[in-house]
Design a protein around this ligand. Sequence first.
Ligand code: HEM
Length: 495
Amino acid sequence: MDLNNPGTTLLFVLLSILLVVWFLKSKQPHKGRLPPGPPAFPILGNLFQMDIKEPHKSLIKLSEQYGPIFTVWFGRCPAVVLCGFETITEALVERGHDFSGRYLLPVFKRMSNGYGFVFSNGERWKQIRRFTLSTMRNFGMGKKGIEERIQEEAQFLITAIRNKKETPFSPKFLLNCAASNIICSIVFGDRFDYEDKKLLTLLELIAGNSRDLSSPWVQVYNNFPKIMDFLPGTYKKLFQNGANMRTFVKEMIQSHKESFQKDFPTDYIDSFLIKMDEEKHKPNSEFIDGNLLLTVTNLIMAGTESIGVTLLRAIQVLVKFPQIQEKINQEIDEVIGSCRRPTIEDRAKMPYTDAVIHEIQRYVDISPIGLPHMVTTDIEFRGYLIPEGTCVVPVFSSVLKSPSQWETPESFNPNHFLDENGHFKKNESFMPFSAGKRICPGESLARMELFLFLTTLFQNFLFNPVINHKKIDISPIRSAITSMSRDYEFCAISR
Ligand code: HEM
C-alpha cells in the first residue's frame, strides 16, 4: 500500500477508525436482555440525542416513543431509564432491594471512590444510612430541638434582610447561609455568623460544586472519563473544588478530635467518632476516617443547596404571582399573626400555604433525574433481564410533571394540592425526595425548614420585584443532577 498517496492514507485512516469502532462495540456488555431504546452510536452512545442542558426533557421525549422503560447508552455503558409513576414505584418501592444500589457515574467515582453515604453501596451504605438516620433523630431532626434551631436561624435571616433597609438585593446568598447553618449545627454542632470567613468559604465551595455538576461538560466526562482525564478543561475545577471541600471538612473533623468528650456528644461528628472508637478492633468496620470525611461532606452539600435553591425559587414564584403571595400573607395573619414565631404545628392549620410549598417543590423540580441507581443483583423486570450492576435512571420529573397525574402539569397551580373545600389534598405522585430505600433521608428536616423559613419570611416582609413581575422567568438556567437558578433582585418591605 502506497501511504504517500493522500487517497490511500485517508482510506487507511478510515478503515482503522472503523476497525477500532467495531472492536469497541463488540466489547459492549451483552449479558441480560435490556429494554429496547433509541439506536446508539458506537462509542458515543446516545449523547447526541440528549439535550445537554436539560437531559430529563430528552428522556421524557424518548419515553413517548419507547414507553416507560427503555435503554440509553452513556458512551459504552447502558442505562435503563424509568419514567412515570407506576414504573418508578414498581422498581424503587415494590422491588426496593433490587433497585437500591447507587451507580457510580465516573464523575462521582473520581470524587468519592465509593466512600461515605450518597455514593456507597452494600453493607457500607446500609450501616452508614442506619447510623446517620438515628443520629440525626437523636439531635432533633423532625423533633422539637431542630424546630427551635430553625426558628432561631429564621430570626437571624430576618435581621440580615432588615439590614438591607428595603433596598434591592438578591436573597440567594442569605438563604444559602440560613440553610447551611441548619445542617452545620447538626453536623458541626454550631452555626456561623453570615460574615464568618468559614461559612463564606464553605458556601463558595458548595456553589462551585453545584454549578460545575450542572455543567454539560460533566455529561461529556461521564461518557468518556478516560479520554477526558487527559484533556484540559474547565470541568476539572470540579475535582479541585471537591478536594478543597474535603480539606475544609477534614479541618472541622480534626478540631472535633482534639476537643470532644466521649460522654457528651454534641453533634454528628462526635457521634461518629464515638462509633469509630467502639468499633476500632472490629475488622472491616465501616466506621473509619474515609467514611466519616465523605459522609460529612455529603450531608453538608446535600443539606445546603437543595434548601437554598428551593427557598430562592419559592420567593421568585411568589413575586411572579402576587395574588398567591397575598393569600399566603392572609393565612399567616389569620393563623400566626405578627407577634409570635411560626411553629410546625401551624402547618396543619394552613392548608393554602402547605399546598403552595408542595406546588413549589413539584414545579421547580430541583432534582429532575435524582441520582442514578443500580440494580444490586441480576433481575427480571417487566419481562426484561437486567444484569447486576446496571445503571438505572429514575426520571422523577416525568412523575412531577406527568399530564396524567396533574391537572396543569406545566403551570404553577396550588390547586393541585387542595380539594374543593380548600383542605390540603395529598397526591401520591409528589415525589421530589424520590421513593423507596434510597429516599432522601433529609425529607422531614427539609419540609420543616421550608415551612418555617418561608412563613417567617412572609410574616415579616412583602417581597417586591425590581423589574415587572411578569418578566420574572421561573424556569432554571439548566438542570441535570443539580439545578441552576436564575437570580433576581427584590426589595423586602417590612409588613
Ligand atoms: C428540598 C430539599 C431536598 C430535596 C428535594 C432532596 C432530594 C433528594 C433526592 C431526589 C435524592 C436522591 C434519592 C435517590 O437516590 O433515589 C436525595 C438523596 C439524599 N439526600 Fe436529599 N433532598 C433535599 C434535602 C436534603 C437535606 C436537608 C439533607 C440533609 C440531611 C439531604 C440528604 C440527602 C442524602 C444523604 C441523600 C442520599 C441518600 C442515599 O443515597 O441513601 N437531602 N435527596
